[in-house]
Design a protein around this ligand. Structure first.
Ligand SMILES: [Zn+2]
Length: 186
């Protein structure tokens, strides 16, 4: 799927509460789904953030991280996570270029909430949606806010244990309206 950052941005950007055009995480997930991919926006538990990033990479999911912009700490920004090891995170950053390596300490700092991001948000994008999953989507729960079907995929993101009180994930977000859901009410 070759698309320029600009072409994607124009499809996912919406006016933000401050009057500027801003891309939103749930719109990125919705756009990936419109391209026939499985995608979900999730917030990981802050205390399990490293484990969460390792996990999504181990599952061969593509991962977009919503984090503080390095040049403007009160703004939000999106980068593609390309690798994580015991000491560093590597990201393709549309501002700074591909292969940006930051220490885990720096990543933890960049992933804190600010004016434009709620912190510890990632968009996990999986494989192309199978016919079976397309059929299953008709049976999936609906968002009580907007009625959009919530496909609960890619499946590695919806392992039940990961949604318990000590699990990796805290909330996931509707790709139709950005409403947040938690299985434990946290
Ligand atoms: Zn919704």
């Amino acid at each position: 799927m070759e698309r320029s950052v600009e072409s994607i941005y124009t499809r996912v950007a919406r006016p933000d509460p401050f009057g500027t055009l801003a891309a939103r995480s749930y719109r990125l997930a919705a756009y990936a789904m419109s391209c026939g991919l499985e995608a979900v926006t999730v917030q990981c538990r802050s205390e399990r953030w490293r484990d969460a990033l390792h996990y999504v990479k181990q599952q061969n999911l593509s991962v977009i991280v919503n984090h503080q912009a390095a040049h403007a700490p009160d703004e939000g920004h999106f980068s593609v996570l390309t690798n994580i090891d015991e000491a560093t995170v590597e990201m393709d950053d549309p501002f700074k270029g591909p292969g940006q390596r930051v220490s885990l300490e720096r990543m933890h700092s960049l992933w804190q909430p600010n004016r434009e991001t709620v912190g510890f948000i990632l968009i996990a994008i999986g494989p192309r949606t199978s016919e079976a999953n397309t059929a299953a989507r008709c049976e999936s729960p609906s968002c009580p806010g907007c009625g959009t079907r919530l496909p609960l995929s890619p499946s590695p993101m919806f392992v039940e244990a990961d949604w318990q009180a000590d699990g990796r994930w805290k909330r996931f977000f509707c790709h139709g309206c950005d409403a947040g859901f938690s299985t434990r009410g946290s």
